[in-house]
Design a protein around this ligand. Structure first.
Ligand code: XMP
Length: 333
């Protein structure tokens, strides 16, 4: 039997009851697979890895070792939240690695988007592998692979070309070859969320908008600098706060700020004030292949503009990107 193929008879998980049945089934399967072995998981805080973590904590408790790598390109407070939820609420065995300097030093002066992605992807593996080597007795690696990932790799094996190289975890070095534990690999995104809520994960974590592996690194356009990255993170946090207040977080699939490496002239306190523009992008899509632009009420845009230009150092304009996909991709890089 091909264990990477979703059986046609598998019912779509749409209710808590179905989710609970799935969870029980997987708890039994994981216990049978790993026995008293130790399992390692790269916990990014994204929906998929969070759900796998919660499921494995339910199945094997402290036999699961989670590693959260903060690459310095996370959104505001994101790493802190991952640590809080998993250590404090779920009592996870969690190793937190602040690798900000490693990543930002390597990225210094690099402006090509694909080079940036490759550096971030490779360094992620280096940091994770360094942590894995420090641990003893790990036999298994858990991954948040989901069914669309399997379908995508089949498409790529058939020779279809990707527009961007999406780097997540993968390709650990030879000395770190573990057996894989992939409990949600036959689930679609919506089912993962239902399972996540049934496992008691916070709603905001389970319904979190997608966030690219290279994080803010592909939104701080061109060569990343710490000051521009900081401005981007603060502006993005304001955007998310105001979208929450306006209820747009439930209506818009992905929304974020991009800060390009250009400056324009502005005026502040009656003096010349050169700053970067913050570009807002808010899109809806079902499969990320095509995307439409949301009509955001002007009042919300005005408030966001007012807050970002007053509260974020270095930003003196706010723009709204009206470009659908295609022709624009969702991310700018
Ligand atoms: P694009 O920009 O290709 O984005 O229209 C489609 C979706 O993919 C996300 N994205 C990435 N996700 N690693 C990821 O894990 C990446 O390198 C990457 N690039 C884009 C993007 O946020 C959107 O949801």
């Amino acid at each position: 039997m091909d264990t990477n193929k979703r059986p046609e008879t598998m019912e779509r998980i749409t209710t808590v009851e179905l989710a609970n049945a799935f969870i029980e089934e997987q708890v039994t399967a994981v216990r049978a697979q790993v026995g008293d072995g130790k399992v390692l998981l790269a916990l990014s805080g994204g929906v998929d890895s969070s759900v796998v973590a919660a499921l494995l904590i339910r199945a094997i408790g402290k036999q699961l070792v989670c590693v959260h790598v903060n690459h310095g390109l996370m959104r505001k407070d994101e790493s802190e939240n991952v640590v809080r939820v998993f250590r404090e609420e779920l009592d996870a065995n969690l190793i937190y690695v602040d690798a900000t300097d490693r990543f930002l030093d390597l990225l210094s002066g690099v402006s090509d988007p694909e080079k940036k992605r490759k550096i971030i992807g490779a360094e992620f593996i280096n940091v994770f592998a360094d942590e894995a080597r420090k641990l003893e007795g790990i036999e298994y690696l858990a991954q948040g692979t989901i069914y669309p990932d399997i379908l995508e790799s089949i498409k790529q094996a058939e020779g279809k070309k990707a527009v961007k190289s999406h780097h997540n975890v993968g390709g650990l070095p030879e000395d770190l070859q573990f057996a894989l534990v992939e409990p949600i690999k036959l689930l679609f995104n919506d089912e993962v969320r239902v399972v996540g809520e049934a496992l008691g994960l916070p709603h905001a974590m389970v319904y979190r908008q997608p966030f690219p592996g290279p994080g803010l690194g592909v939104r701080c356009l061109g060569a990343i600098t710490r000051d521009r990255l900081h401005a981007l993170r603060e502006a993005d946090a304001i955007l998310r706060e105001e979208f929450d207040i306006a209820g747009l977080n439930e209506k818009v699939w992905q929304y974020f700020v991009v800060v390009p490496d250009i400056k324009s002239v502005g005026v502040k306190d009656e003096s010349r004030y050169e700053g970067w523009p913050a570009i807002i992008r808010a899109v809806n899509t079902t499969d990320a292949m095509r995307a439409t632009i949301e009509e955001i009420p002007y009042a919300v845009l005005h408030k966001i503009t007012d807050r970002i230009t007053h509260e974020v150092d270095g930003i003196n304009r706010v723009l709204y990107d009206l470009t659908p996909k295609p022709i624009g991709t969702i991310e700018w890089e």
